[in-house]
Design a protein around this ligand. Structure first.
Ligand code: RB5
Length: 156
């Protein structure tokens, strides 16, 4: 696996609903301290917000090319990931540990990761996010053909 030398050069989009708000705030602080630049799409408080709205806005920002990657957080990481995957060009996966995050980049070329604010703690979420941000897609392998087949389902 090749190391991504530009891992910290791109701005990363991040968004959550109310259930993911606290974890999002922690990840913003920890990833910024680690050298990442992030654009925060909210939520901006614990006031209830519907996860499909945030998932859609962030996914559209990635699909448009404005951002290469995004982190989405809801209670489980699942609902907001389902919503994001409805946007053409998005490959989003919900991960609860770093191995899945790493392989979802290497094999599946996910461009959005979903994390559960009610599922994982702050330290584990940071390791999951780092695995997502620092693993390259293994494009020169059989995985390219397989991801192309996923993209074809999406009309891409
Ligand atoms: C909100 O209560 C919760 O349903 C949401 O954050 C998420 O877990 C949905 O998948």
């Amino acid at each position: 696996m090749t190391e991504n030398k530009n891992a910290k050069s791109a701005v990363i989009a991040i968004g959550s609903d109310h259930a993911g708000f606290s974890l999002k705030q922690s990840l913003l602080e920890d990833l910024r301290a680690d050298g990442y630049e992030l654009h925060d799409f909210g939520a901006y408080s614990l006031d209830p917000v519907d996860y499909p709205d945030v998932g859609r806005e962030v996914a559209e920002a990635v699909a448009s090319g404005r951002f290469e990657k995004a982190i989405l957080i809801c209670g489980t990481g699942i609902g907001i990931t389902i919503a994001a995957n409805k946007v053409k060009g998005i490959r989003a996966g919900a991960c609860s540990e770093p191995y899945s995050a790493k392989m979802a980049r290497a094999d599946n070329n996910i461009n959005i990761i979903g994390i559960g604010g009610r599922v994982v703690g702050v330290g584990l979420a940071f390791e999951i996010a780092k695995a997502f941000l620092e693993t390259d897609f293994e494009a020169a392998t059989r995985h390219k053909r397989r991801v192309n087949k996923i993209n074809a389902l999406d009309g891409c």
